[in-house]
Design a binder for this molecule. Structure first.
Ligand code: ADP
Ligand code: ZN
Length: 288
């Protein structure tokens, strides 16, 4: 059986044909322009491939409330051409198959839970640290939506001592994303994150903020694993720093086998950057 998967991002749209074993059989990438320009290219890709369903892991904010009139819409995105766009409806009309829909980060989490490093777990978090910071959450085997969907990147953090940085989040200044996403690193240090690989000071501070956020997720959501992806997390030296600081910040309060085994608790994404599209394929499988 074949399924379509779409990882819809602010810069590119990755379209794939996959199967229930998580194999990706065909893929195409289109730049994210306007819906008028980009939708026909994607529809052409999926048409005639005999897919049973389509899954979309989408940038947001999006409406995931099945009782809402605007379910399946991209809502208040800064990508203005896509604001209030009914992406689920457009694909349903064009392809005539069921369409599964969730956030890009829930998609990545679903990919990891189905075929990757979180296989079989019922409670997990996938956090991406890239152009922005966002996270997907599964609790008790369900992807968490709630009122909207979690926005794990916009929580306030305590500033490090002597950190004068004003932050770059247009809404909150020094929220987690404003302090620690790729553009914040670049603004703070005046160089792209990848060019700062050898500067220990950068990663000490970066890991301080990431660890603070993770400690809060651990205390509030009680995940059994935390998976870290996104461009910034390609700096693998961050992992030991983050693990050490999470343990320090929890300060002995949480005593579980997971925290004792922190190297296997806070881990990199495991599907070679295909976690999002593989999760999209799983959203399609689940939509049938
Ligand atoms: P997006 O979030 O737009 O989907 P990415 O996850 O690749 O895309 O994130 C892009 C951000 O990550 C940029 O700010 C970039 O500077 C940063 N980044 C990309 N690759 C690396 C790297 N190898 N090391 C550190 N930072 C990186
Ligand atoms: Zn913010």
């Amino acid at each position: 059986m074949l399924y379509g998967g779409l990882e819809a991002g602010g810069t590119k749209m990755i379209c794939v044909i996959g199967n229930e074993n998580g194999e990706i059989l065909e893929r195409a990438t289109f730049p994210t322009k306007t819906p008028e320009e980009t939708m026909p290219l994607m529809i052409d890709f999926f048409k005639g491939k005999e897919i049973k369903a389509l899954g979309i892991a989408c940038f947001g904010p999006i409406d995931l409330d099945k009782n809402s009139k605007t379910y399946g819409y991209i809502t208040s995105t800064p990508k203005l051409a896509w604001k209030n766009y009914n992406i689920v409806g457009a694909f349903k009309d064009a392809l005539g198959v069921p369409v599964g829909f969730d956030t890009d980060v829930n998609g990545s989490l679903l990919g990891e839970i189905t075929w990757g490093c979180a296989k079989g777990l019922s409670d997990a978090i996938y956090l991406t640290i890239g152009t922005g910071i966002g996270g997907g959450v599964m609790t008790n085997g369900q992807l968490l939506h709630g009122m909207l969907h979690p926005e794990l990147g916009h929580m306030r953090l305590a500033k490090a001592e002597n950190d004068p940085f004003e932050g770059v989040c247009p809404y909150h200044g020094t929220c987690f994303e404003g302090l620690a996403a790729g553009p914040a690193i670049e603004k703070r240090w005046g160089k792209k994150a990848v060019e700062l690989a050898d500067n220990d000071e950068v990663w000490e501070l970066e890991s301080f903020y990431i660890a603070q956020a993770l400690a809060t997720y651990i205390l509030t959501l009680s995940p059994k694993i935390i998976i870290l992806g996104g461009g910034v997390m390609h700096q693998m030296q961050l992992f030991p720093l983050i693990r050490k600081k999470v343990v320090e910040q929890l300060n002995g309060y949480i005593n579980t086998k997971e925290i004792d085994n922190i190297d296997e608790y806070i881990v990199p994404a495991s599907l070679n950057d295909d976690q999002g599209i593989m999760g999209a394929v799983k959203l399609a499988i689940d939509a049938v």
